[in-house]
Design a protein around this ligand. Structure first.
Ligand SMILES: Cc1cc2nc3c(=O)[nH]c(=O)nc-3n(C[C@H](O)[C@H](O)[C@H](O)COP(=O)(O)O)c2cc1C
Length: 182
């Protein structure tokens, strides 16, 4: 796929199924992720790959969070089911490192850029994805269950797989609404 078309035609996908990328394909995806801009090369981004039995483990973590917080039965059920919306999930982890020139926001932006690189690399391989956050990201309890440290945060979950059905249409934009000139 031509590089520009890959960017221009990428859409997020809500319904995802197998196949998911192979180990070799994921190596390329992670290499793409790690080419995100990264001030002072602090390497703030890492990824927890969840698939197969891992989905069940993540489901248990989400369920426990909902139960510990006395959420309704409906929400407990919804959180428990959440990981099964795709055959693979990549948990976006940001690790903050103190640096005189690189504030926390820059380190998070770097992880966000790595997420976009991942989504574009997947699209180029004919896989699809969607970035989700909600209550289950930026969440100390879930982070603890995943053995993350105090300087680590979940910036989101990339749900990954092969899109079920037809790709949605890329929206048209009136560029004048978005661009100004100085
Ligand atoms: C940081 C971030 C968090 C998001 N969280 C959610 C979410 O929790 N649930 C959701 O349905 N979409 C979420 N989205 C939006 C989708 O990932 C997606 O961008 C949106 O559905 C628009 O589709 P498109 O990317 O094809 O334009 C989030 C996007 C970003 C950048």
């Amino acid at each position: 796929m031509d590089a520009l078309n890959n960017i221009l035609n990428k859409v997020s996908a809500r319904e995802l199924a197998i196949p998911y990328p192979s180990k070799e394909e994921m190596e390329t995806v992670y290499k793409a992720a790690l080419r995100a801009p990264d001030h002072a090369w602090l390497r703030p981004s890492s990824f927890i790959e969840v698939k197969d039995d891992g989905l069940k483990k993540l489901s248990n973590i989400f369920k426990k969070y909902a139960q510990d917080n006395n959420f309704s039965e409906d929400i407990i059920k919804r959180y428990k089911q959440a990981p099964f919306r795709a055959p693979m999930i990549l948990i976006l982890v940001n690790t903050y490192k103190e640096h005189p020139k690189v504030p926390a926001i820059e380190q998070k932006l770097s992880t966000a850029a790595s997420a976009q690189n991942i989504m574009l690399a997947l699209n180029a391989m004919n896989y699809s994805s969607i970035w989700r956050t909600g209550k289950l990201a930026f969440n100390r309890d879930v982070q603890k269950e995943l053995n993350l440290q105090n300087n680590q945060e979940i910036l989101g979950y990339l749900y990954v797989g092969t899109e079920v059905g037809k790709k949605k249409k890329v929206p048209e934009h009136n560029l004048n609404e978005f661009i100004s000139y100085l």
